[in-house]
Design a binder for this molecule. Structure first.
Ligand code: GLU
Length: 500
């Protein structure tokens, strides 16, 4: 293949969803390809027929798209089995590979023996020495066989674009399988044939593949292929320095999406796992990263996965959204928690109420999934419980004075609302609510009721709590009728508990 531009590939195995680590590899390949004006190939490595599923493939593809990544070519290894077989035949003919008839029991016992001797587990190369007649006899008897590569003693060297020169001696590597007994290729073999066939110029993947790279370089040479450049991304560790696990928040991208992380935040965060822009600016959209990115700036030190930083970034992106955009994003979360049903939106008041909630909580949210919990209380006609501190406030004589006045003013508004053509409660908007509180403050000035003693009783009687979004927002979200309902409920609560 004539290669005149960089070609990267992302090659997930569909044996699970798209995890943080694999998503980061995909992202770095995408950024590298796009920033160098190159191509990106998505290759599904599904030759492990037992563990690969179409569901995982679909979920990986959905998550990649959700993150904003795209690719120029798509392949599936299971569609290419014949190519691997014919290249294995070629190596057999050239004497660079051989048939191995050892059964799994024998291989298992060799493995145990080598491990007990403290040697790297592998194969004892027994079948390398089989005579032609022995091979023919085995084939005649239909004994299952694998095709193994003959590892020659040599030093393998390559220049890793992130880590510099890496050397291996092939002594630690025993003859390895190219084609399994079921006719499917091994990972190392299929990768090399595909990377060559697809004209890959840069192999960018996780550090856990470095030992595979040694095997693959031998294969590239034996097959007469051009060797691509290699770059190995460092591991991702938890904050405690241990390998990233579920305990640290390692999850699939689907899970993060379901927990209410925005794609922009996720992509931004993943890009910061072992890379940082030279200008130090840490918040950027994918489009912005392309001009800043250079492979040589990728760090070889382990990346630390810090969920607090991800939350911080997510909050930033939430605040960058318009209220209308955020409304669309929180709807599925409200529906999931049964707070809203899609048909509720036919009622304009309902949508207005959600929009008011969006505006009230936008500054506080770290994830979208927190939203239903924040607003739930505004969508019921009941105050579930009263906090101790709220009760203490409500018991005060001054609170009764504030509430009488507040009640009176909301009654007036309610009447106005009813005679209003719209009649949708919009009359009690945030501005008006603020005015009402100010008026009460003004009227009670001579009684020296102000500040906390003015706000807290109103908030406590409307929500049963002493904290929450700005009070005018709360009043406006509830609307005149629900405010009156809650004032009544609180009065009854105080009476029942002989607190008033
Ligand atoms: N299928 C391999 C994996 O998921 C890809 C390794 C590679 O990029 O060569 O780890």
């Amino acid at each position: 293949m004539e290669i005149n531009k960089p070609r990267f590939r992302f090659a997930p195995s569909p044996t699970g969803g798209l995890h943080i680590g694999t998503a980061r590899t995909a992202l770095f390949n995408w950024i590298s390809a796009r920033s160098m004006g190159g191509d990106l190939i998505l290759r599904i490595e599904d030759t492990d027929l037992k563990r690969s599923t179409k569901e995982f493939e679909d979920s990986i593809i959905n998550d990649l798209k959700w993150l904003g990544l795209n690719w120029d070519e798509f392949y599936r290894q299971s569609d290419r089995i014949n190519l691997y077989k014919s290249e294995a035949e070629r190596l057999l003919k050239e004497g660079k590979a051989y048939m191995c008839f050892c059964d799994s029991e024998r291989l298992e016992s060799i493995k145990e023996k080598l491990i007990s001797e403290g040697k790297p587990s592998g194969y004892d190369n027994k079948c390398r020495g089989l005579l032609k007649e022995e091979v023919e006899e085995n084939l005649k008897n239909k004994i299952n066989y694998t095709i193994r590569y003959k590892v020659n003693p040599e030093e393998i060297k390559f220049n890793d674009l992130i880590r510099g020169e890496i050397k291996f001696t092939s002594e630690v590597i025993s003859d390895f399988v190219l084609i399994k007994s079921d006719g499917t290729p091994s990972y190392n073999f299929a990768v090399v044939i595909d990377d060559n066939d697809m004209g890959i110029t840069h192999v960018l993947r996780g550090e856990d593949h470095i030992t595979n790279t040694a095997r693959q370089i031998m294969l590239f040479e034996s097959l007469g292929y051009k060797i691509p450049d290699f770059a190995h991304l460092s591991m991702i560790l938890g904050k405690d320095g241990a390998k990233l696990s579920k305990r640290h928040g390692a999850a699939t991208i689907t899970q993060y999406k379901n927990e209410g992380y925005l794609k922009e935040a996720m992509a931004n965060y993943l890009s910061l796992l072992s890379w940082a822009p030279r200008d130090g600016e840490e918040i950027f959209y994918l489009s912005g990263i392309l001009e800043k990115f250079r492979i040589c700036d990728i760090s070889k030190n382990p990346a630390i996965f810090d969920v607090d930083k991800l939350n911080w970034l997510n909050g930033n992106y939430i605040r960058k959204k318009s209220d209308e955009e955020l409304f669309e994003l929180v709807m599925p979360f409200l529906e999931k928690e049964d707070i809203v049903k899609p048909e509720d939106l036919k009622d304009k008041n309902f949508k207005d109420k959600i929009m008011k909630c969006v505006s009230a909580f936008k500054d506080k949210l770290k994830t979208l999934a927190e939203f239903p919990g924040c607003v739930k209380e505004f969508f019921s006609n009941n105050i579930n419980y009263y906090e101790e501190e709220a009760i203490e406030i409500l018991k005060l004589d001054s609170s009764r004075i504030v509430m009488d006045l507040f009640n009176k003013k909301i009654q007036e508004i309610n009447l106005l609302n009813k005679s209003d053509i719209a009649g949708d409660g919009s009359i009690l908007n945030e501005e008006k609510s603020k005015d009402i509180i100010n008026e009460i403050g003004f009227e009670l000035k001579n009684k020296n009721i102000k500040g906390k003693f003015l706000y807290m009783p109103i908030r406590s009687s409307l929500t049963g709590k002493v904290h929450g979004p700005e009070l005018p927002k709360v009043i406006s979200i509830l609307g005149p009728e629900e405010c009156l309902n809650r004032i009544k409920q609180t009065a009854a609560f105080l009476k029942d508990n002989r607190l008033s």
